[in-house]
Design a protein around this ligand. Structure first.
Ligand code: AR6
Length: 189
């Protein structure tokens, strides 16, 4: 069980009052949480990265529901989110967060907004747990450290009513180490 070994080796817990911030490495589609966050594009066309993995494992119905949302609402603005069901994933919802491309104007604030909107949506739905990937650090090119700083500040800056577990799931050892270093600084009290 390679992924289980990895999960046990790379796991760290930070505390913000009653809420645990769990940093782990692994495949987010395997994580059990009330909601899983997807790193999406404005058209919710889940063609690569985490998005494709979510549709492959969760089922094509996630892509179909996403298209219905875009037909009704139009493209999702960068920094905003949309919610679908989670198909066969071990989650109730997928929160599709649209991150910026690295280098675009106002990118850092848009990335903060995508993360904040995901957490706020989970609170709005009254969820106890959420799992987030490193939004914008794949196809969209954000450096891990910069994305980690933005995520850590957003997580620290919010108050939580229902959320008790915020799981940050990194796909590579390199990403995990970068997030760990930054989270140690910003989230350890
Ligand atoms: N579990 C956890 N993390 C993953 C997984 C996984 N299964 N797969 C990849 N990652 P990306 P973006 C990491 O490219 O940069 C898509 O085509 C990956 O290593 O998924 O926000 C969308 O449809 C990286 O660190 O998202 C959009 O068009 C991080 O997840 C566009 O890419 C995010 O990588 C969004 O680009």
């Amino acid at each position: 069980m390679a992924s289980y070994d990895l999960l046990v080796r790379d796991l760290k817990i930070y505390r913000l009052g009653p809420t645990a911030i769990i940093l782990m490495s692994g495949d987010i589609t395997e994580v059990e949480a009330d909601a899983i966050v997807n790193a999406a594009n404005p058209y919710l066309e889940h063609g690569g990265g985490v998005a494709l993995a979510i549709v492959k494992k969760g089922g094509y119905e996630i892509q179909e529901e996403s298209r219905r949302i875009v037909r009704e609402r139009g493209p999702i603005p960068v920094g905003d989110v949309a919610v679908t069901g989670a198909g066969r994933l071990r989650a109730r919802y997928v929160i599709h967060a649209v991150g910026p491309r690295y280098g675009e104007e106002g990118g850092d604030e848009k990335l903060a907004s995508a993360i904040r909107s995901s957490l706020e949506k989970a609170e709005e739905l009254g969820l106890g747990s959420i799992a987030l990937p490193a939004i914008s650090t794949g196809v969209y090119g954000y450096p891990y450290r910069r994305a980690a700083e933005i995520m850590a500040r957003v997580i620290r800056g919010m108050g939580y009513k229902s959320l008790r577990r915020i799981i940050v799931c990194l796909y590579s050892e390199e990403a995990y180490r970068a997030f760990e270093e930054v989270f140690d600084t910003i989230l350890s009290s």
